[in-house]
Design a protein around this ligand. Structure first.
Ligand SMILES: [Zn+2]
Length: 410
């Protein structure tokens, strides 16, 4: 990629290189292990024009999403609570009634839309992964199969009419052609509607050293300054921003047409611009220091795990989220140090992790095998996971939390 996807500037500056990496959601069957693993560069750039942090290369979305995409959004309790609160907030803020339509794109198996439907509005999902769409429709959440673009927006319009809320949770940052997304939003959104984008925030990523949220699906790392300038090109603006704890710190951004009726805009944009300046997310020297801290984190993780292996300890990974694959691959944690990883999702169990080819076993394997240490790859849900694994801890099992500073929890 040679141009910034928000401002078209060619002034893209590399500050972090995580190395050639397999796509984080490409879990492999036993038969697929024999084929050579395809890896793509994972390089992070800052735009000198608008400040958007983004990947330097775009992997074809057909490769990333349409082949048995293994992510089901409903698997954690904390996740379900989060989506319920999202729906409650949007219903109140936008005064949604039973005739209003909510469209969610990248709707996965329909968890968020179920929460909306329970409160009255009509709902429609749009998602590109056929296996996921089949699950959503099977659960009674009407879902179209496709990427969100002008064509699928027209299909939604024909089927259901305009939407008073268009939601995009953990998907906006995944899309290369954002101009197309805005054209689709423009055709589908009612004049008084809200486009609600939720994504991990760059300020949190930098502050908490969350480099493992960098993988090929995440093309952009969302911050308010470049987004506000981008939206202005389409006659839209941000009228509120809520901070959320999920995924290591996300921002929920409320967007509407310029001149649209509704609640007064809050001071959230100004407040977030201050936070971003304080974190230094538009400062190359700060971003380069971030990259040095990432390298130091790897050194410490390898040191801790190397010492434990020298003592003959058995270590496994717990849960296999996409972010965990960045950590395993960047830190080079393979079969020589980790016996296996465990996971709840039946879409991953029985397969092998991309890149390191670790076997994925069900969570029960932890109690059956009783390894000495469990490396928490979904460290953002560490409390819930350690709570669920209290039997393992009671039996003497210990946890390793890798980020921001690797530490052992006994
Ligand atoms: Zn830019």
């Amino acid at each position: 990629m040679t141009r910034c996807r928000m401002c078209q500037s060619e002034d893209l500056r590399l500050f972090l290189d995580l190395g050639a990496t397999a796509p984080a959601d490409e879990f492999l069957t036993k038969e697929e292990l024999a084929a050579p693993q395809t890896a793509y560069p994972l390089q992070v750039m800052s735009c000198g024009g608008c400040g958007l942090v983004q990947l330097g290369q775009v992997v074809d979305p057909e490769i990333l999403y349409q082949k048995d995409y293994p992510y089901e959004a409903s698997v954690t309790r904390a996740g379900r609570r989060h989506w319920d609160e999202f729906a409650a907030t949007a219903c109140t803020m936008m005064r949604l009634g039973s005739s209003d339509l909510v469209v969610d794109f990248g709707s996965n198996v329909g968890v968020l839309l179920e929460m909306f439907a329970a409160r009255g509005p009509r709902v429609l999902g749009i998602d590109p992964a056929p296996n996921i769409v089949a699950i959503a429709n099977g659960r009674g959440v009407e879902t179209l199969c496709g990427f969100f673009n002008v064509r699928t927006a027209e299909a939604a319009l024909t089927l259901k009419g305009q939407a008073k809320v268009i939601a995009a949770t953990n998907v906006f940052a995944h899309i290369d052609d954002l101009d197309e997304v805005m054209a689709a939003v423009d055709s589908l959104l009612t004049p008084d509607g809200a486009f609600i984008v939720e994504a991990p925030s760059l300020a949190n990523l930098v502050h908490h050293l969350e480099y493992d949220t960098i993988y090929h699906e995440h093309l952009s790392y969302i911050s308010v300054k470049p987004l506000a300038a981008f939206l202005a090109r389409f006659g839209m603006h941000i009228f509120d921003i809520h901070e959320k704890d999920i995924h290591g710190g996300s921002i929920r951004i409320f967007i509407r047409r310029d001149g649209a009726p509704g609640p007064d805009a809050t001071d959230a944009v100004a407040r977030h611009l201050e936070i971003e300046d304080k974190e230094g997310v538009y400062d190359m020297a700060r971003l380069e220091r971030f990259a040095e801290d990432v390298a130091e984190n790897r050194r410490q993780i390898r040191e801790i795990i190397g010492e434990l292996k020298d003592q003959g300890k058995r270590i496994v990974g717990v849960s296999a989220p996409a972010k965990g694959m960045t950590l395993l691959n960047y830190c080079g944690l393979g079969k020589d140090v980790l016996d296996f990883v465990t996971e709840k999702s039946r879409l991953k169990i029985g397969k092998f992790t991309p890149g390191q080819h670790l076997p994925v076993l069900p969570d029960e394997a932890l109690m059956e095998e009783r390894p000495d240490y469990a490396l928490l790859l979904a460290w953002n849900f560490a409390e819930e996971i350690m709570g669920n694994l209290s039997d393992y801890a009671d039996a003497g099992g210990k946890f390793i939390i890798p980020i921001p500073t690797p530490r052992i929890v006994e």
